[in-house]
Design a protein around this ligand. Structure first.
Ligand code: TXA
Ligand code: MG
Length: 322
């Protein structure tokens, strides 16, 4: 059903208005430091169902629950010492922990898609923190984009995909990190990285003092633990060619580093954090310009480069023909 989507400025009043909309079971997009999330009250079945509808998201794909601090997280999931160590090291920040659900958690079954685990995240962005504190309850929030498209890093990106399908977007400006959170599964034996993201595998291993199994590679045939592992995901309209030294006729070149000759660059100085912050905005912009083919410079596979290359590989993967 078509509805008016309000654009909210995140002052004191705006945050109260956004929290009231959430409490009324409405969908509110809001900025985190990674990407904009599409929030709903995680205890409200109908509200959570609304997220799946607005995004066109398969209901088997569980949602991340956002809380303001570890205290609220402990009411929802069972923390091991290792999980507390990860939370202390990286919360608030771009890390999602997958942990066993605590009995009496109160979350809608739709949030977890019936799994015995839940993905939890304490975001660092001030607007997200203010909203979570004002709402004073768990907020389910996937990225605020139609399913399968590129994640939004500005309020304008959110509106271009979801305007008329959600109650409001809180405009907090561009997201600082620019790629989604790393997803670390601590629900079983050894720690497993389900999605490369804003915290590097090396940083996770250093903080935990043990190796992390990288399950985050694209798996075409395997049953994905995180449906974000499906190979065609994060797709722009344009075709992508990766590890390109130069553009071929008809392509726009997206450079990285000082020597890359280019129409556009992810980071002229070769800075991975800058490139991550730019990536989705750049793909949104080239799509809006109607560019048909993009050649992307090689990005080193270290630190945030793992998450960058993961998103680029998915963006370049063959698409379902629809
Ligand atoms: O940075 C982020 O994580 C953003 C912001 C808004 O927080 N959120 C985000 O949500 O990227 P989404 O829904 O686009 O991606 C969440 C991923 C999905 O691939 C989902 O399958 C996985 O997390 N996930 C959620 N709960 C899970 C669970 N219990 N076990 C395994 N994977 C889970
Ligand atoms: Mg997403």
């Amino acid at each position: 059903m078509k509805q008016f989507t309000a654009e909210i400025t995140p002052g004191k009043e705006g945050i109260v208005q956004a929290a009231e909309l959430l409490a009324a079971g409405k969908l509110v997009a809001f900025p985190t430091e990674t990407v904009y999330g599409l929030g709903a009250d995680a205890r409200n079945d109908a509200a959570v169902q609304g997220i799946y509808q607005a995004k066109g998201r398969p209901s088997v794909n569980p949602l991340i629950v956002h809380i303001p601090a570890i205290e609220q997280a402990e009411n929802l999931a069972i923390f091991s010492d290792l999980a507390r160590c990860a939370a202390q090291a990286f919360w608030p920040g771009p890390l999602t922990l997958v942990l066993p659900l605590r009995p009496g958690h109160g979350l809608s079954d739709r949030v977890t898609a019936g799994l015995g685990t839940v993905g939890l995240r304490v975001p660092a962005a001030p607007v997200a923190r203010a909203l979570l504190t004002a709402f004073d309850g768990p907020v389910a929030a996937p990225s605020a984009n139609p399913s399968g498209r590129i994640s939004p890093t500005t309020a304008a990106h959110v509106l271009s995909g979801l305007s008329g399908r959600i109650a409001a977007v809180v405009d907090g400006g561009p997201c600082a990190v620019g790629v989604e959170s790393s997803i670390l599964d601590l629900s079983g034996g050894a720690p497993e990285l389900l999605r490369a993201g804003g915290i590097s595998q090396a940083a996770l291993e250093a903080a935990l003092g043990r190796p992390v199994i990288n399950q985050a590679q694209i798996q075409d045939n395997a049953q994905p633990n995180a449906p974000g592992q499906m190979s065609s995901h994060y797709a722009p309209r344009a075709r992508l060619r990766l590890n390109a030294k130069a553009a071929e006729p008809g392509e726009v070149y997206l450079g990285f580093g000082p020597t890359a000759p280019g129409n556009a660059t992810l980071s002229a100085s070769g800075d991975l954090a800058e490139a991550a912050a730019q990536l989705f905005a750049m793909l949104h912009r080239l799509d809006a310009q109607g560019v048909e083919a993009i050649a992307v410079a090689p990005i080193p596979e270290r630190g945030l480069g793992q998450a960058l290359n993961d998103r680029l590989r998915r963006a370049a993967a063959p698409r379902p023909s629809s």
